[in-house]
Design a protein around this ligand. Structure first.
Ligand code: NAP
Length: 256
């Protein structure tokens, strides 16, 4: 049994820690986007595989016997590649996805960042809190009618497209409701734009927005690719504990 965890999330790190502690042979993979990533326990490799074909080759070369796609819910390309590669290499796949935040009727839900940017352009207020990530800033580059407080883990590429009136805040959470409320008050925020990442690490801003009557534009998740058919197939898990059970079931001898 040798498990490849496609990571870049807190759940991926928790899973690597649990499996490593249980003595499972685990390899974690990171894209290499973040300058100082939080590293999981156990061995880690970094960088793209070269599409689905590259990942298929990697699974074979590394004698991987199970893949857990524990990437971020908005990392659609790697999830599609994982599905294709797992099927091509005949390796079982588990997709570990934390549940989205439950819908709030007060939110304006939008399907993608382009529609979110259009919603912001039509908003008559002044100050926008943008937490959708540095690589989505281009969607707001033509908006000179608003002030943007942009919070991201790493700075945007120098010279890359970004809103003209932007204050950058580098931070990575977890956050508290008190801290988020203070930040939104300090910057006079009237509108929050966020992705529906789910999970507790970044949820405090939603409660703070409720408390302060700040509008919310919520970018909903891209759909998951269809899982490979059986056998060996694919399945999904919502929690790290479920993923540990899935791996453990693969370790047990048949009927054990
Ligand atoms: P993406 O658009 O789905 O992936 C783009 C390419 O990056 C993939 O085709 C793959 O390159 C490479 N890649 C992505 N995740 C990888 C991994 N775990 N290991 C090795 N290569 C990987 O992904 P993304 O949105 O850029 O996200 C990149 C990473 O950041 C992911 O690991 C994700 O979990 C994490 N993350 C993303 C977000 C977000 O909002 N998108 C937020 C927090 C964390 P090749 O085709 O060359 O293999």
């Amino acid at each position: 049994m040798r498990i490849l965890i496609l990571g870049g999330t807190g759940e991926a790190r928790e899973l690597a820690a649990a499996l490593t502690a249980a003595g499972v042979d685990v390899l974690s993979s990171l894209a290499g986007r973040v300058r100082r990533p939080r590293l999981p326990d156990g061995p880690v490799r970094t960088g793209g595989f070269g599409g689905a074909a590259g990942l298929t080759d990697f699974l074979r070369a590394e004698a991987i016997t199970g893949v857990v796609d524990a990437t971020h819910p908005f990392a659609a390309a790697i999830s599609a590649n994982a599905t294709e590669a797992a099927e091509a290499a005949g390796v079982p796949l588990l997709v570990l996805r934390r549940p989205p935040w439950p819908a709030d009727p007060a939110w304006e839900s939008v399907p993608d960042i382009v529609v979110a940017a259009a919603a912001v352009r039509g908003w008559p207020g002044e100050s926008v809190f943008l937490t959708t990530g540095r690589r989505d800033l281009g969607a707001f580059a033509a908006d000179d009618g608003h002030r943007f407080l942009v919070r991201a883990v790493d700075p945007p590429d120098p010279g890359g497209p970004a809103p003209p009136r932007m204050t950058l805040l580098l931070d990575r959470g977890p956050y508290t409701v008190a801290g988020e409320s203070a930040l939104m008050r300090e910057h006079g925020i009237g509108l929050l734009v966020t992705k529906n990442s789910g999970g507790p690490m970044t949820a405090a801003k939603l409660q703070a927005a409720r408390d302060l009557a700040v509008r919310v534009v919520m970018v909903e998740r891209p759909p998951l690719p269809p899982l490979p058919p059986l056998p060996p197939g694919g399945s999904t898990a919502a929690t790290v504990a479920e993923a540990v059970s899935w791996v453990s079931a693969g370790i047990q001898p048949a009927g054990g």
